[in-house]
Design a protein around this ligand. Structure first.
Ligand SMILES: C[S@@+](CC[C@H](N)C(=O)[O-])C[C@H]1O[C@@H](n2cnc3c(N)ncnc32)[C@H](O)[C@@H]1O
Length: 302
C-alpha cells in the first residue's frame, strides 16, 4: 500500500498530473453532473461557466491548504445555485481554517449576489478536552488539540482576495459561543466545518432560527457520529429552539461523493409542505387518489 501512496505523492508534485490525480480523487461523476446538469440554470449559468467555476475551485484547493475539496464544494455550490433569487438571505460558513472553502463559496455567492458570512476564531479549534473522535465508516479515530487548523484573519482575507471574491465576504471573528448571537439576517444556507460537538451545538443554536424555510445546513463532520448526534437530540432542540430535531442526511457515511462516500451531510428546515419539491412514490399510499391496490416495494411503477 505504501508504494501507491508514494506514487500518488510524486504525481501531486508534477503540475500536469496534479490536476488529473485530484480530479480522479474528486469524484468525476459529481463534476460531470454539475457541469452538464441543470445546476445554476436559474442564474443563467451555461456548462462553460460551470466548467470555469470547477477550474477556479481546483485552483483554490491546490493553492490554499484545504480541509475540503472540489467535489464537496460543488455540492454546496449546487445547493446555493438552486435557491431562487427572490428568497432573501445570506450564506454562512462556520469554520474556514485558511479560507479554501470560503474562497470557493465566495465565487458562488458573487454569482448569486449573496453575502458570505465567514465565522471562525481565526486562532484554531478551542480545547476539546481529549474527547475521542471515531469515524466508524472510514475506520479512523483520534483527538483534536486546541489551536489546530489555525488560520489568521489577515491570511484568510489574503487567500480569499487572491483566489475568491472578497467583496461578498463579511467576517465574524471569535469563538462561536460568543460571536454567533450577532447574526441577525435571514440565512439561506449554512456550512459548518467545525469538528467538535460543542461547536456544532453553538452553530445550530444561532443559525437554525435564522434559516429560511427549505434552507439547509451542511456539515463536513458526517463521519463522526458524535458531531451528527446533535441533529437528533430532540430534548436539546425542544429546550433551545422550541422544535423537533431535524435529523441529518448522510449520518455516519456522508453523501455519496465517491466510492467511500464522504464527510458531507446536511439537515434541511421544512416548515411548510411546499418548501421542498418531493415526488410521489409508487410504493406509497395517497388517500385522495382512492387507490384500490397499492404497489409493493420492488414492483416499480413507471
Ligand atoms: C477543519 S477546519 C475548517 C476547514 C475549512 N472549511 C477548509 O475547507 O479548509 C475547522 C475550523 O473550525 C474552527 N472552529 C471550530 N470550533 C470553533 C469555535 N467554537 N469557534 C470558532 N471557530 C471554531 C477552527 O478555528 C477551524 O478554522
Amino acid at each position: 500500500m505504501g508504494y501507491r501512496r508514494e506514487i500518488y505523492r510524486a504525481a501531486l508534485r508534477l503540475p500536469g498530473l496534479r490536476s488529473v490525480v485530484r480530479r480522479l480523487r474528486d469524484s468525476p461523476r459529481i463534476v460531470d453532473e454539475f457541469i452538464s446538469g441543470d445546476a445554476g440554470a436559474i442564474y443563467g449559468l451555461r456548462p462553460r461557466d460551470k466548467l470555469r467555476l470547477v477550474e477556479q475551485f481546483d485552483r483554490v484547493n491546490s493553492r490554499i491548504q484545504s480541509g475540503t475539496y472540489t467535489a464537496l464544494q460543488l455540492v454546496l455550490a449546487r445547493e446555493i445555485l438552486s435557491i431562487p433569487r427572490e428568497k432573501e438571505g445570506d450564506v454562512v460558513e462556520c469554520g474556514c481554517w485558511k479560507g479554501a472553502s470560503s474562497a470557493s463559496l465566495s465565487l458562488v455567492c458573487q454569482i448569486v449576489k449573496r453575502r458570505l458570512i465567514v465565522c471562525d476564531s481565526f486562532e484554531g479549534l478551542p480545547d476539546d478536552g481529549m474527547n475521542l473522535h471515531v469515524g466508524l465508516h472510514f475506520g479512523v479515530y483520534g483527538y483534536y488539540r486546541k489551536g489546530m487548523f489555525e488560520g489568521r484573519l489577515e491570511e484568510v482575507q489574503q487567500n480569499i482576495s487572491t483566489y475568491g471574491e472578497i467583496r461578498v465576504c463579511e467576517f465574524i471573528k471569535g469563538f462561536f459561543s460568543d460571536t454567533l448571537r450577532q447574526l441577525s439576517r435571514p440565512i439561506v444556507c449554512g456550512f459548518l466545518d467545525v469538528d467538535l460537538v460543542p461547536s456544532t451545538y453553538d452553530c445550530l443554536r444561532y443559525i437554525w432560527p435564522l434559516l429560511v424555510d427549505g434552507g439547509a445546513v451542511y456539515t463536513d463532520d458526517a463521519g463522526d457520529l458524535a458531531c451528527v448526534r446533535p441533529f437528533f437530540n430532540d430534548a436539546w432542540w425542544k429546550q433551545h429552539l422550541g422544535c423537533d430535531a431535524p435529523g441529518y442526511i448522510g449520518s455516519g457515511c456522508g453523501l455519496p461523493l465517491n466510492s467511500q462516500y464522504s464527510s458531507l451531510g446536511y439537515a434541511r428546515k421544512v416548515m411548510s409542505p411546499g418548501s421542498v419539491r418531493l415526488r410521489r412514490a409508487s410504493h406509497l399510499y395517497y388517500p385522495e387518489e382512492k387507490q384500490e391496490e397499492y404497489m409493493l416495494p420492488g414492483r416499480v411503477q413507471t
